[in-house]
Design a protein around this ligand. Structure first.
Ligand code: P6P
Length: 336
């Protein structure tokens, strides 16, 4: 079978699912930017890009040099094309305005340019997560600054989402709302090639992912659920479970997409005013869209993540996502 590149897949999606040309162009531009980020990440110490800057992002996290570089790569790749009304990123306090010299388009691009960046200096897989929304109303025709409120749409309004994982292979996982496709970067060709079609998350699993060091801070439903996982065949679930925690959401979610599993980042009592660590707009929403499109489930413990009405650009939510049976179980404990 001749190899299907990302470009060919997107053209075929246009024929079969009327994927708009501007959206096709957007995905191709983001994919090209991810190739450039992959190249920068793979240089490591040779590229002089390891280590931290002197700056912090709005989360109060020290920015790694590659966080800032990856953010700049995505901004520069996307600002001139005429397909976007604006952008937002984990690394920027406010929405990014398309410079006046460029035309605007109907889409909004929201991203975490380099997720898991604390792993970069120890050579563990990291990634780029992105989410695509439509500009509400005719916001792209207005000349005045695009406000944060244009982005504050529930995850069900996403028209596309994906992530690139920079690991032993560089892969791009993508959904346009018609299932989840996986593309592997062929570095000789310089193209993403379709290698995984219609990925499905197994409904059941024996593997969970959580940062166990926070156990004493969790709420009761999470204490109960994780306690049952650890009890194995001597407990009510009557099954032994394995545990993984890479501390890079892209890598943990990619494993779950590939072989099933249960990813958890609950809110906890360390920072009662914050609903956990992960951000809704550019981590939880895109990953939840992908997981649901692959037959999995994603909740905050009390509601479907994609139904959450955002109140601010950098809002955090608790995250329970992966194999449907386990997500339904822990969600039931929250509701019971
Ligand atoms: P912890 C990376 O910093 C990140 O945002 C996610 O990619 C990852 O799942 C989580 O934080 C890891 O958090 O508290 O275990 O270091």
């Amino acid at each position: 079978m001749s190899r299907v590149t990302l470009s060919r897949y997107l053209i075929e999606q246009t024929r079969s699912n009327n994927t708009p040309a501007d959206l096709r162009f957007l995905i191709e531009v983001v994919a090209r930017a991810c190739k450039e980020i992959s190249h920068a990440v793979s240089k490591g110490a040779l590229g002089g890009v390891l280590g931290a800057t002197e700056t912090e992002n709005i989360q109060g996290e020290v920015q790694k040099k590659l966080d800032v570089l990856s953010n700049e790569i995505l901004l520069e790749a996307n600002e001139w094309g005429g397909h976007l009304a604006g952008m937002a990123s984990e690394e920027m306090d406010n929405a990014y305005q398309i410079p006046g010299k460029y035309p605007k388009g109907a889409y909004l691009l929201v991203f975490d340019p380099l997720d898991g960046s604390s792993n970069i200096d120890v050579n563990v897989s990291v990634g780029t997560i992105f989410s695509v929304l439509r500009c509400p109303g005719e916001c792209f025709t207005q000349n005045d600054a695009l406000g944060e409120e244009a982005f504050l749409q529930p995850g069900t309004k996403q028209v596309a989402a994906g992530y690139a994982i920079y690991g032993p292979q560089t892969m791009l996982m993508l959904t346009l709302g018609n299932g989840v496709m996986g593309f592997t970067l062929d570095r000789e060709l310089g193209s993403f090639v379709l290698t995984h079609e219609n990925i499905r998350v197994p409904e059941t699993t024996s593997e969970f992912a959580i940062n166990m060091s926070n156990q004493r801070h969790w709420e009761a439903p999470v204490q109960r659920y994780v306690g049952e996982l650890l009890a194995g065949t001597e407990g009510p679930l009557n099954k032994n479970y394995n545990m993984r925690w890479i501390a890079s959401m892209v890598a943990d979610v990619h494993r779950i997409l590939t072989r099933g599993g249960m990813f958890m980042y609950p809110k906890d009592s360390r920072e009662p005013g914050k609903a956990g660590k992960l951000r809704l707009m550019y981590e939880a929403n895109p990953m939840s869209f992908i997981i649901e499109q692959a037959g999995g489930a994603a909740t905050t413990g009390t509601q479907r993540i994609l139904d959450v009405q955002p109140e601010s650009l950098h809002q955090r939510v608790p995250v329970f996502l992966g194999s449907k049976e386990e997500v339904e179980r822990v969600t039931g404990y929250h509701q019971g």
